[in-house]
Write a protein that binds this ligand. Structure first.
Ligand code: GLA
Length: 424
């Protein structure tokens, strides 16, 4: 007979097992959230010709102000990351990286101090080759001095790309660079693009046990671009590759499906709901990349929906499991038990990309929700309590096409007793 205790034991096993593999910097116990320049600003170096896409000090400080003033920080958005194209094309006399003097006239420590004064965190970018993907200064031959420089600048997060080098080099370089980061004694989140290059450029299988030991997060699929089909492909990839990827995912070590494309006029409201909800269900990093003044009202409501962000930042950090039911994908994510409770909660998301409205019947016990005390069901978007169910009940769900139906299901003994009494 299935009961709640079996589930609880399984969940604690998962979380303990995950802990042992974590990189020893203690960072990102929940997936990192923030903003990164590349998706929207790309190189952003030609500020005269293209002032609206200029990657400079003013932009970075303005993102910090928006996070601080407009509720993003409270929702969990924290890291502000400068991607490629921030440096001069030469190093200084001591071999150190030099920020572009026109776009970053006060240097990186100034930016980092400003960001820290807002209680936010600062991220930067480099590549393990001698140049970056956009052919700015890379870190090959300078791992120690670059790690030290980032630490001196007060960097909290470093994205390390892997363009232009061979498989063997990648496998060694990420481990070595990580070693130098550790030796700085400044905890820096280590974001590696390592498995992406191994799999898609060198056509080999990434060694995830090793990668997850050395990196806090890792890109493993193509760059997102500002289109719904790019987002759909990424979600499909995570659905197809679930069983290969979920094992290595958890507190301190995350699969990274790349940035959110909110604020870029690329998605309808329904598509935006799917984009953010599936990423929250995956416990994926949530990194915006846009002009923050162009975030639409409905996008902001989603980003600042604390119930949704609680799904994204659930302390167990489990990657939701996908089940295909006809044309619908049901994502199921075990959640930390609610305060004062010992039984796990679950979040369920149903995504329909069939082009037609569909109705399906979901029997929670078929998907691991087999707590004999039953569940109370709540709709995340309307914030309404829906009903109490026993674990044997079924729920009929109508899912609009490319619409998203998000529910958080809590196992709560007391609620279930109340419901049973009512049934008489
Ligand atoms: C690669 C990465 C992107 C971005 C660019 C910068 O394509 O995958 O996320 O960092 O390089 O050049």
């Amino acid at each position: 007979m299935p009961d709640c205790n079996n589930i609880v034991r399984a969940m604690f096993f998962i979380s303990l097992f995950g802990y042992a593999r974590v990189l020893e910097n203690g960072l990102v116990r929940t997936p990192p959230m923030g903003w990164m320049s590349w998706g929207y600003y790309m190189c952003g170096a030609d500020c005269e010709q293209n002032p609206d896409k200029c990657l400079d000090e003013k932009l970075i400080l303005s993102v910090a102000d928006t996070f601080y003033n407009e509720g993003y920080q409270e929702a969990g958005f924290e890291y502000i990351i400068i991607d490629d194209c921030w440096s001069e094309h030469h190093r200084d006399r001591d071999g150190r990286l030099v920020p572009d003097s026109l776009r970053f006239p006060n240097g990186m420590k100034y930016i980092s101090d400003y960001i820290h004064s807002r209680n936010l965190k600062f991220g930067m970018y480099t590549n393990v080759a001698d140049v970056t993907c956009m052919r700015y200064q890379g870190s090959k031959g300078h791992f120690k001095v670059d790690a030290d420089t980032f630490a001196q600048w007060g960097v909290d997060y470093i994205k390390v790309d892997g363009c232009f080098v061979g498989e063997q080099y990648l496998n060694n370089a990420y481990i070595h660079f990580g070693g130098y980061l550790n030796k700085t004694n400044r905890p820096m989140v280590y974001s590696c693009s390592w498995p992406y290059y191994i799999e898609f450029i060198h056509n080999k299988k990434p060694d995830y046990p090793t990668i997850s030991k050395h990196c806090n997060l890792w890109r493993n699929y193509h760059d997102v671009v500002t289109s719904w089909s790019a987002v759909k492909n990424i979600i499909q990839h995570y659905e197809d590759e679930y069983s290969g990827l979920e094992k290595y995912h958890g507190p301190g070590h995350w699969n990274d499906p790349d940035m959110l494309i909110f604020g870029t006029d690329s998605l309808t409201e329904a598509q935006s709901k799917i984009h953010i909800s599936v990423y929250a269900m995956l416990s994926a990093p949530l990194l915006l990349s846009c002009d923050m003044t162009r975030v639409k009202g409905y996008e902001k409501n989603l980003l600042l929906n604390l119930d949704l962000m609680a799904i994204a930042r659930d302390p167990l950090g489990i990657m939701a499991r996908p089940y295909r039911i006809d044309y619908i994908t049901l994502w199921v994510k075990p959640r930390m038990p609610r305060k004062g409770d010992i039984y796990p909660s679950y979040s369920l998301a149903l995504v329909n990309v069939s082009g037609q409205k569909r109705t399906i019947t979901v029997r929670p016990s078929n998907y691991g929700l087999n707590c004999t005390d039953g569940y109370s069901v709540m709709d995340i978007f309307s914030k309404r309590f829906l009903k109490n169910i026993t674990f044997e009940d079924s729920i009929d769900v109508t899912v609009p096409s490319e619409g998203k139906f998000g529910r958080s299901v809590d196992c709560d003994f007391k609620l279930f007793v109340g419901a049973r009494k009512n049934k008489g």
